[in-house]
Structures are given as C-alpha cells and as structure tokens.
Write a protein that binds this ligand. Structure first.
Ligand code: IMP
Ligand code: MG
Length: 189
C-alpha cells in the first residue's frame, strides 16, 4: 500500500466489478439511444475511460473542466467553467460522469448549467458517493460504490494533483493534508 494512505477502501477488482455493473445497467437503459458521456476533468478521467469500454452501444464523449474556490480538501460550490463542452446538447442523451459525489455542490451547479442547454435527457453516474452528505442537492441515478466520509485518493482522484496513478482507492492519511497550509486557493477538480 502507498505509504501516505491509512487503508485501501476499494481494490482493483472491486472497482472493475462496479464499473462493469454500471456499464451493463447503462447499456440496458439506453439500448437503441445515442449517449453522450460528459466527464468533469480531471478526477473522473480514468473512470470515464473504463466505463466507456463497458458500455455496449453508440457512445460519444466530451469533457468539461471546472475550478472551485475553496480549501483543497473541501468544495465551496463556487464553480467557474474553465473548459466548456464542444458538443451541442439539444439532441443528446447526456450522462454526466463523476468521480465522487461529496457535498454535491459542484454537481448541482453543473446540472443547472447543462439543463439550460436542453438535452433530450440528463442523468448522473458517479463511481463513488459519500453517503448522507448531499442533502438532496442531486439525484444520481447510477452509483458505483458507497464510500466512507474520509478523503480518498487513487484511480484518478487526487489530493493537490498527487496520487491519481494509484490503481486502487484508499483513504489519505490526514497528516498529509493537516501539514498543508490550507489557505483559500483555486483548485482544479
Ligand atoms: P462536492 O462538490 O463536495 O460534491 O465535491 C466535488 C469534487 O471534489 C469531486 O468531484 C472531487 O473532484 C472532489 N472531491 C470530493 N471529495 C473528494 C475526496 O475524498 N477525494 C478526492 N477528491 C474529492
Ligand atoms: Mg470531480
């Protein structure tokens, strides 16, 4: 295990099984329809790549990048789009692909933004959800794994741009971020 982690929460096999299950569900639900997967950079890029290969059917992808103002380990919900979609959404079945749903503040902003472009349909798929923290902000149809309320890294998820390469998901030792001087900063998701 990586020395900055306190434990492994989901190993590679558990992640692969969750992604395969989500892919199957989505393939069934969208049979005969064209899907546009929209990923929010950067955390969800590995999940998106794996999920894409588990969906049978007609799938296109696009990316958005947002920056939220706040201390690194917390989200403030104040979001700025730094890279927008290239695709017109009017005739698209859009599926937003998220890495982790924590407070849901970032996503609730994005949902409003995407809805205003009138897609044919809009649903959310998230690999991880921290249960009980969204307070009804977002309605997520597809959930991979329920995660304890700890700061997690690996499989694309970072802390301050580190640890994305770890192939499993683990809890970051709080000593790592307690050491960090957490002044308000512009942090990329
Ligand atoms: P939310 O707005 O609180 O739902 O969080 C938004 C974003 O913060 C997520 O999409 C992640 O990019 C990031 N985030 C939240 N919790 C974690 C975590 O435990 N590890 C790594 N990133 C996280
Ligand atoms: Mg994210």
């Amino acid at each position: 295990m990586h020395p900055d982690l306190t434990k492994v929460l989901f190993n590679e096999k558990e992640i692969a099984e969750a992604v395969a299950r989500l892919g199957k569900q989505i393939s069934t639900d969208y049979a005969g329809k064209k899907i546009l997967l929209v990923s929010v950079l950067k955390g969800a890029f590995i999940f998106m790549a794996d999920l894409l290969r588990q969906i049978k059917g007609d799938v296109e992808i696009d990316f958005m990048a947002v920056a939220s103002y706040g201390v690194e380990a917390n989200s403030s919900g104040v979001v700025r789009i730094i890279k927008d979609l290239e695709t017109q959404l009017e005739d698209r079945h859009v599926l937003i692909v998220e890495d982790i749903l924590d407070s849901g503040l970032t996503l609730s902003y994005l949902i409003k933004n995407i809805r205003s472009r009138h897609p044919l349909s809009l649903e959310i798929v998230t690999l991880l959800i921290k249960e009980g923290k969204q307070e009804g902000r977002v309605d997520c149809k597809y959930v991979g794994l329920v995660c304890p309320d700890e700061f997690v890294v690996g499989y694309g998820l970072d802390y301050s741009e580190r640890y994305r390469e770890i192939p499993y998901i683990g809890a970051l030792n709080p000593a790592v971020y307690d050491d960090w001087d957490g002044k308000a900063s512009l942090s990329s998701e």
